[in-house]
Design a protein around this ligand. Structure first.
Ligand SMILES: [Zn+2]
Length: 92
């Protein structure tokens, strides 16, 4: 087992804490928000994640990169480029 899937699994486990226990959790494997039904990370989830990381944009991008790794495997209908835009590009 390489380090990457383990890191991705830990990232998924940490979601609850990162989202501050708010309702904007992804419903896997569709990765739609359980609360507002938008593609996750929905705008409220982005705000919560941004607050969780504060000025650490690189940490935020790395965290979402780990989730992207999971989502690419679970949403085969979406292209990896689309998913990168959705999960990671907004953190810049
Ligand atoms: Zn939401």
């Amino acid at each position: 087992m390489t380090a990457r899937p383990a890191r991705a699994a830990r990232a998924v486990d940490a979601l609850d804490g990162r989202l501050g226990g708010g309702g904007h959790q992804p419903e896997r494997p569709r990765w739609d928000c359980l609360s507002c039904r938008q593609p996750w990370p929905c705008p409220p989830a982005r705000v919560q994640l941004g607050e969780a990381y504060g000025p650490d944009r690189i940490g935020l991008a790395m965290y979402l990169g780990a989730l992207l790794f999971v989502a690419v495997g679970e949403i085969p209908a979406a292209s990896p480029g689309e998913l990168f835009e959705r999960f990671v590009a907004w953190t810049r």
